[in-house]
Ligand binder design. Structure first.
Ligand code: F6R
Length: 608
């Protein structure tokens, strides 16, 4: 997720671009850049770091004259945060310049072809292929050239483009990444999101997939990929800037929950090639995968909970032994590692002190370390031997939702890959798992749309003192995360318990009216779980059950039931966690807590 802006008009472009980028910094903030065309040359400045570095460098835009320009605030995907990797990107002749939000999935293939044709690449970004592709196909007609490259690019993109020989035109195009346009101060403005344009207009055009826009200072034309003109209606935006940053949602946490379907798709789709799974960044031959004797997953908090799920998935599917450790414990327990051990460190921020220390400890012992990380160029990403990125985009709410969901997806992909290579699943099983994986985004969407029902239920429990989450197997892992979501943002004491373990002590805490959330998605454990539900209910508990569609029997045992759509036994966490995230969220909202910034917590825990 990055932020793009563009302006063509009568005003100086640079200050408008910087102002717009300031409103988009929540979309990415590791580097920024602007390019402005003054009629003679395209001037460009880029800088690693927050936007203020770029503002200082350009004296608030004064050093870049011109009334046509594009800008970008970056959340690194390909290539770590740096001046060269920052956007915009220019062709060698400095006659075409591009900003990009999204991921070009086939960029390696395109890059190879372009290198073969003599193009030189300066950055590690996928975006640079776009500008060279434009250069390669450019025939003096920007619209035709843009449609040509659209047919060649796979993945997602929102682009702002300037062609030097069309000095009064700004082009924009999108596919699966957001883009809006509106009339600004005597001109037109493009942006990734509404906050960047609110100062200038409240009437915007939402660009749909594969639509192209040509803007001049006093006109705006929309085209299809077949260069046919389209008529579009503007939409009036009533939000204030604060609400607009959150896309109209009340909190970043809710917005990020709603971003899960896209984040999940972004995480799996570049790694699915037909009916095979390709995780190039693993950089492991089939022989190396076959020779793994043990996996050790090390992480903190929710990332650890993703690891607990992965233990069941990897052991079940790929039949490889998995240990899961809290990083703060692992780093001091002198774990036994040999050359057959692969260490997997999971971290959203890539900066968590204990996880980083665990990584270093493992490397010192000679182990190979794979990082599953969200922030490109973070310490864990840099120091791990290999990195598999989750493409969740920046997460602002302290309580993780979309990054956790993407960690699960990355781990499923790993399990499927290992299982296929190690021969523990058949071709047809793999195809079925891939089908199930592809259905998750829509299923998540469906569950999110059921939010009113969960909100109503949550409102009845605002005064709860203790809540227990119970489950077996993967359902226990889901319970761990459901419980953490609730307690960290609502300050209600809650615990997750392996349901079979309750009777060894904890059940004495159950009394009249205690809320117990029971997760029952594992068919082989369903009957056992039903007994556990009865156990707590007969002691006075009020039971909220989360189970698979069709498990109607639970209606008799529980007080309130939430059904999740059908998937295979390994992927249920991705669905069952949604109502639990919503439950924690609505309790927090109902209690008037600071949802996005809960007390005593920080987004990135860089101290031990
Ligand atoms: C909980 C949460 C934390 C993080 C943990 C690890 O909602 O966000 O428990 O999961 O602090 O952080 P990362 O993934 O950045 O290493």
């Amino acid at each position: 997720m990055c932020g793009i802006v563009g302006y063509v008009g009568e005003q100086k472009a640079a200050p408008i671009l910087l102002d717009g980028l300031g409103k988009l910094e929540y979309r990415g903030y590791d580097s920024a850049g602007i390019a402005v065309y003054d009629g003679k040359k395209i001037g460009m400045k880029k800088a690693k770091g927050r936007l203020k570095v770029l503002s200082e460098l350009t004296h608030d835009g004064e050093t870049l004259p011109g009334t046509l320009g594009i800008g970008h605030t970056r959340w690194a995907t390909h290539g770590e945060p740096s001046d060269v990797n920052a956007h915009p990107h220019l062709n060698a002749e400095e006659s075409i310049v591009v900003v990009h939000n999204g991921i070009i999935e086939n960029y390696m293939k395109l890059k190879k072809k372009l290198i073969g044709r003599g193009y030189q690449f300066l950055s590690d970004t996928d975006t640079e292929v776009i500008v060279h592709l434009l250069d390669y196909y450019y025939n003096g007609n920007p619209l035709q050239t843009i449609t040509k490259i659209m047919h060649r690019m796979e993945g997602s993109y929102a682009l702002g483009i300037i062609f030097k020989d069309h000095p009064e035109e700004l082009y924009a195009v999108r596919k699966d990444s957001p883009l809006i346009v509106g009339h600004a101060k005597s001109g037109c403005i493009i942006a990734s999101d509404v906050p960047a344009v609110l100062k200038y207009t409240r009437d915007v055009y939402f660009i749909e997939n594969e639509e192209i826009v040509r803007m001049k200072k006093d006109s705006m034309e929309f085209f299809t990929v077949d260069e046919e003109v389209i008529e579009k209606e503007s939409v009036h935006i009533a939000w204030d800037v604060d609400a607009a940053e959150k896309g109209g949602y009340e909190h970043f946490m809710l917005k990020e929950m709603y971003e899960q379907p896209k984040a999940i798709t972004d995480t799996f789709s570049p790694r699915l090639k037909g009916n095979t799974i390709e995780i190039e960044e693993l950089n492991m031959s089939d022989e190396e995968i076959q020779s793994i004797r043990k996996l050790m997953i090390v992480a903190c908090g929710s990332a650890y909970h993703a690891g607990v799920t992965a233990k069941y998935v990897l052991e079940g599917m790929a039949r490889v032994p998995v240990e899961v450790d809290l990083a703060s414990e692992y780093r001091y327990r002198d774990a036994l590692i040999d050359e057959g051990t692969l260490i997997i460190i999971i971290s959203q921020s890539g900066e968590t002190a204990d996880s980083l220390a665990a990584l270093r400890e493992s490397k010192q012992k000679g182990a190979r370390v794979l990082g599953i990380v969200n922030v490109v160029g973070s310490s864990i990403a840099r120091e791990a031997d290999n990195v598999m990125y989750t493409w969740a985009g920046p997460e602002i709410a302290v309580a993780t939702t979309k990054a956790y969901s993407c960690q699960l997806i990355a781990l499923y992909l790993l399990a499927m890959k290992f299982a296929k290579v190690r021969g523990t699943i058949t071709e047809s099983e793999l195809v079925q798992y891939i089908e199930d994986l592809k259905r998750i985004p829509d299923q998540v969407e469906l569950l999110l749309n059921n939010k009113n029902r969960i909100q109503k239920f949550a409102n009845r429990y605002l005064a709860a003192r203790d809540v227990f989450f119970i489950g077996r197997g993967i359902d226990y892992a889901i319970s761990l995360e459901g419980s953490l979501k609730l307690k960290e943002i609502s300050y209600i004491h809650s615990e997750a318990y392996a349901a079979g373990e309750l009777k060894h002590g904890t059940i004495s805490l159950i009394e009249e009216g205690t809320l117990v959330a029971a997760v029952l998605t594992q068919e082989n454990l369903y009957k056992k779980m039903l007994s556990n539900v009865v156990e707590v209910r007969t002691r006075g508990a009020f039971v909220l059950a989360v189970t698979n569609e069709g498990n109607d029997q639970v209606e008799k045992a529980a007080d309130y039931v939430i059904y999740i759509p059908k998937t295979n036994q390994y992927f249920t966490n991705s669905l069952a966690i949604i109502p639990l995230q919503l439950f924690g969220y609505y309790i927090s909202v109902g209690k008037g807590c600071d949802v996005d910034k809960p007390r005593n917590l920080a987004k990135s825990v860089t101290v031990e």
